[in-house]
Design a protein around this ligand. Structure first.
Ligand code: FAD
Length: 317
């Protein structure tokens, strides 16, 4: 079933979560161990992130350096198929522009279609570490909006380099990313929202938000979206803070701010356990307020740690 159908049929706020493929060399059990404890909360769909390649230099015995391309977390599509097969829930693979030509994107979409996966979260992806700005692959897409247009085209039976439109139509439900604190490259919120609207106008059917720790920012973001005519469902994304490392890592990596009350509590923490207690309590309070406000679903970022998300879901669902 499509994400939008789940959202339409819901009786209350839904619970969903996002997982990362394991590091290369680990088995599917690593994924199942993270998902099993969360299944009692009946997620209608589970998102699986996509991780593009990184470049590194490998030194050979003759002192020659060779540039190699490594994907540390491959397997998004296979994991989605395994999730559908084992848990009988829908999987939402993330598909990015980075590292893909339009032809490779089309092939990936055909694979998903053959597997019966009809949900995709369409994203641009971040610049790779060796680049300061995002550079699309040759023949690839520069913005998520372009990727969305390609998926919509395939839904209409439009394949690349084919004259006829009379082809098998895919039926993807397309999600897009939204940023309650604006995307870090945008000049300001106004332009970021204008581009978000373009993604919706291009065919995205719902928005999943970047993580945030201040619900007021999410409510203001939603209101601005509605005021400018974005009517699709907006799913808030939450990530519990669970370790001392998170305190610096999350704001730096995701370009988000922690509200004063949360940072005041976190600076007093000396151990991961103390951080986890504060972070979990904060996320429970955020979840309860969002549910009260009637959000259709809460999307929890597990980032490989499902225990804290389980504690939160237990307290609120
Ligand atoms: P876009 O919508 O293309 O926007 C990128 C920037 O360009 C923004 O500043 C926007 O304002 C601007 N822009 C957009 N359209 C135009 C235009 N037409 N002209 C000029 N400027 C424009 N990354 C991964 O690599 N893998 C994942 O699995 C993944 N999952 C994610 C899940 C969620 C819910 C979220 C919120 C993010 C995720 N990301 C993931 C991160 C995402 O790829 C980055 O945030 C990336 O920098 C932007 O992606 P986007 O799809 O929002 O890009």
């Amino acid at each position: 079933m499509k994400v939008t159908e789940h959202l339409e049929r819901r009786k209350g706020t839904l619970f969903s979560f996002e997982i990362l493929p394991p590091l290369k060399g680990k088995g599917i059990e690593a994924i199942f161990e993270g998902i099993d404890p969360l299944m009692e909360f009946e997620p209608p769909f589970i998102n699986v992130t996509y991780h593009r390649e990184e470049h590194a230099y490998k030194k050979y015995p003759n002192d020659m350096l060779k540039r190699i391309s490594i994907r540390k977390r491959p397997g998004t599509v296979g994991i989605c198929a395994a999730i559908i097969n084992k848990y009988k829930v829908d999987a939402v693979p993330h598909l990015i522009c980075g590292g893909f030509s339009a032809e490779e994107t089309e092939n990936a979409l055909i694979d998903l279609h053959f597997l019966g996966i009809n949900n995709v979260l369409a994203l641009r992806g971040d610049p790779i570490k060796s680049e300061t700005t995002f550079v699309p692959d040759e023949g690839g897409h520069k913005f998520a909006e372009d990727l969305i247009r390609q998926i919509v085209g395939l839904n209409k039976g439009r394949y690349l380099h084919e004259e006829s439109e009379n082809k098998e139509r895919t039926d993807f439900c397309i999600g897009a990313a939204g940023y309650p604190e604006k995307h870090y490259e945008s000049m300001n919120m106004k332009t970021d929202l204008a581009f978000l609207k373009q993604k919706i106008d291009a065919g995205a059917e719902y928005i999943t938000s970047q993580m945030f720790y201040d619900n007021e920012k999410f409510f203001a973001f939603t209101k601005k979206c509605r005021d400018m005519g974005i009517t699709v469902p907006i799913i808030p994304g939450l990530k519990p803070i669970t370790s001392l490392k998170h305190i610096a890592f999350l704001p730096k990596t995701f370009h988000i701010d922690l509200p004063d009350a949360l940072s005041d509590a976190l600076v007093k923490c000396k151990t991961d356990a103390e951080v986890r207690a504060v972070g979990t309590e904060w996320c429970i309070a955020q979840s309860k307020e969002l549910m009260k406000a009637g959000v259709p679903c809460i999307h929890y970022y597990t980032m490989g740690r499902s225990q804290a998300v389980r504690d939160i879901a237990k307290a609120v669902f």
